[in-house]
Design a protein around this ligand. Structure first.
Ligand code: FMN
Length: 443
C-alpha cells in the first residue's frame, strides 16, 4: 500500500497562491484554516499531515505571507480536532536542546493518542544562527554530528521510562516503580543529560522519526534513524537512484529496508481536463513577482542578483556542492534541473515557484494517479508527500478525485486500520532499548 502525507503550508505551496481570489492572505495563523485542512486530509484517509518549520523569519514579508505558528503547538490543536491522522512537526536539532524537545514530542504523542512524528532537521539557513547566540551557520558536518547525538539522547530519554513503570496501585499506595526508570546519564560531544524524562513513555514509545536532508550526511542520518524520509526528486531515474541508495544504506546500518519509507514530494495542479490543470499552473506562475524570486534564487546560488539575467541560463561558474554549507542537496537539485533542461532564470523561477524544487505535475485526477502509481511501482517511492499548490482547494481536489482512483486500483487504504501513526506506516511500536538490554542480561 502507498503512504500519503499532506504537507500543509499556509494557503498552498505555490509561492503566489496567496494572491488568488479564493485565498485568505492571513490564513497562516488561523487555526480554523488548519483544522479544515486536517479534516480534509483525514477524510482522504491520509497517513499523516506535516508542518515545516525554521526558527527564523523566512523570506521577505513583502513577497508572500510570512510568520508561522510553532508546529507542535498547532498540532496539539489539530490533535483535538481529528482522530486518526498522523501529525508530524519539524524541529531543529541545531537550535534546540534534547530534553526540551523530547519532552515536547512525548507530550504530543500522549495528547494525540500516538499520532506524533518528528521531522528531524539541521536548519540550513544562514539567518537562524543569529537568533541563537551565533554569528554564522555551524558547518554542515557539525550540524549533522550534533543531529545524530541529539537523536541518540532523545531515544534514551523516551526510553527512560519502562512501559511498566507507572503502576497506579491505589491499594498498595504505590504509584510507580522507581526501579523501572532508566537514568539517561548521557555525556557526549554536544550534550550532557542526566534524565530520566519527566513524561512517561508515550503510546508509540516515541514519535515517528522523519528526516528530510538528502546530502551524504543527511542520508547517513536517515539510514540510521529515519522511519520516513521526505525528499525532493525531479525525475524517475533520480528518484530510483535515491531510493536504492537509501534502502542499501539502511541495510548496511543493520536495519530492515522496509522499515524506512521514502516519500518524494509532488506538487499536483489538478483540473477536470489537462488544459484546466495547466491553466491553473499558468495563472499561478503569472502571479509570481520575478524580482523577489530572483533575489531568493541568488541567495541559494550564492551569486549577486544582478548576475542572474532573467532571460539567460544560469552563469557557468557556480560553486560546487562541497562549498555549500547550507542545504546541499537542494542546491544541487536546482543547478542540475536548470542545466539539464537549459532553463532561463525566468523559467527556473517558474519551476521553483510551484514547489521549491519538488516535482510539479499538472493533469487530471487520472493522470496524477498514474504519475503516483508509476513511481510507486518502479522502485522510486513508498509513497508521496502531497504538496497542493493551493490550499484548501488543491487538497480537496486530491482527496475527492485522486484518492478514490488510488483506492479503486487497490493502492491505498479505504479505512484506517490502526490507531497510531506507526500503524498507518506499517511499522511496529519500538521496544524500549533498556528493557531489551535488561532482558538480554537476564538470559
Ligand atoms: C519535504 C521536505 C521538507 C523539509 N522541511 C524542512 C523544514 O521544515 N525545515 C528545515 O529547516 N528544513 C527542511 N527541509 C530541508 C532538509 O531538512 C534539509 O535541511 C535540506 O534538504 C538540506 O539538507 P542536506 O544539506 O542534507 O541536503 C525539508 C526538506 C524536504 C525535502
Amino acid at each position: 500500500m502507498l503512504h500519503l502525507n499532506a504537507f500543509l503550508m499556509g494557503v498552498g505551496h505555490h509561492e503566489a497562491a496567496w494572491r488568488l481570489p479564493e485565498s485568505d492572505p492571513f490564513a497562516q495563523t488561523d487555526v480554523a484554516h488548519f483544522t479544515r485542512l486536517a479534516r480534509i486530509a483525514e477524510r482522504g484517509k491520509l497517513d499523516s499531515l506535516f508542518l515545516a518549520d525554521s526558527p527564523v523569519l523566512w523570506n521577505s514579508i513583502g513577497r508572500r505571507p510570512g510568520g508561522t505558528l510553532e508546529p507542535t503547538v498547532l498540532l496539539t490543536a489539530l490533535a483535538g480536532a481529528t482522530r486518526h491522522i498522523g501529525l508530524i512537526a519539524t524541529a531543529s536539532t541545531t537550535y534546540n536542546e534534547p530534553f526540551n524537545l523530547a519532552r515536547r514530542f512525548a507530550s504530543l504523542d500522549h495528547v494525540s493518542g500516538g499520532r506524533a512524528g518528528w521531522n528531524i532537521v539541521t536548519t540550513a539557513g544562514e539567518q537562524a544562527a543569529r537568533n541563537f547566540n551565533l554569528d554564522e551557520l555551524p558547518a554542515h558536518r557539525d550540524r549533522y554530528e550534533r543531529a545524530a547525538e541529539f537523536v541518540e539522547v532523545s531515544l534514551k530519554l523516551w526510553d527512560s521510562w519502562d512501559d511498566a513503570a507507572p503502576l497506579g496501585d491505589k491499594d498498595a499506595g504505590r504509584w510507580g516503580d522507581d526501579d523501572l526508570l532508566y537514568p539517561t546519564e548521557h555525556v557526549g560531544r554536544y550534550f550532557r543529560v542526566a534524565g530520566p524524562l519527566n513524561v512517561p513513555r508515550s503510546p508509540q514509545g516515541y514519535p515517528l522519526l522523519v528526516q528530510a536532508g538528502s546530502s551524504e550526511d543527511g542520508k547517513e542520518l536517515a539510514a540510521r534513524y529515519a522511519e520516513a524520509v521526505f525528499t525532493a526528486q525531479q525525475t524517475l531515474a533520480e528518484a530510483q537512484a535515491f531510493y536504492r541508495d537509501l534502502k542499501e544504506r539502511a541495510a548496511r546500518a543493520g536495519r530492515d529496508p522496509d522499515t524506512i519509507k521514502i516519500l518524494p514530494g509532488i506538487v499536483p495542479a489538478i483540473g477536470a481536463t489537462e488544459a484546466e490543470a495547466r491553466a491553473l499552473e499558468d495563472e499561478l506562475d503569472r502571479l509570481i513577482k520575478p524580482e523577489y524570486a530572483r533575489q531568493q534564487l541568488a541567495t541559494t546560488l550564492r551569486v549577486a542578483p544582478e548576475d542572474l539575467d532573467l532571460d539567460k541560463e544560469l552563469p557557468a561558474d557556480l560553486p560546487a556542492e562541497d562549498e555549500i554549507e547550507g542545504a546541499k542537496s537542494r542546491y544541487t537539485l536546482i543547478v542540475t534541473l536548470a542545466r539539464r533542461e537549459r532553463l532561463t532564470v525566468r523559467q527556473l523561477i517558474g519551476r521553483l515557484g510551484g514547489g521549491r524544487g519538488h516535482r510539479t505535475f499538472a493533469g487530471t485526477p487520472e493522470q496524477v494517479a498514474d504519475a503516483i502509481e508509476e513511481w510507486y511501482r518502479s522502485g522510486a517511492a513508498d509513497g508521496f508527500n502531497i504538496m497542493p499548490p493551493v490550499l484548501p482547494s488543491g487538497l480537496e481536489a486530491f482527496v475527492d478525485h485522486v484518492v478514490p482512483i488510488l483506492q479503486r486500483r487497490g493502492l491505498f487504504r479505504t479505512e484506517y486500520t490502526g490507531a497510531t501513526l506507526r500503524d498507518h506506516y506499517g511499522l511496529p511500536r519500538p521496544t524500549n532499548q533498556f528493557t531489551r538490554q535488561l532482558a538480554a542480561t537476564a538470559r
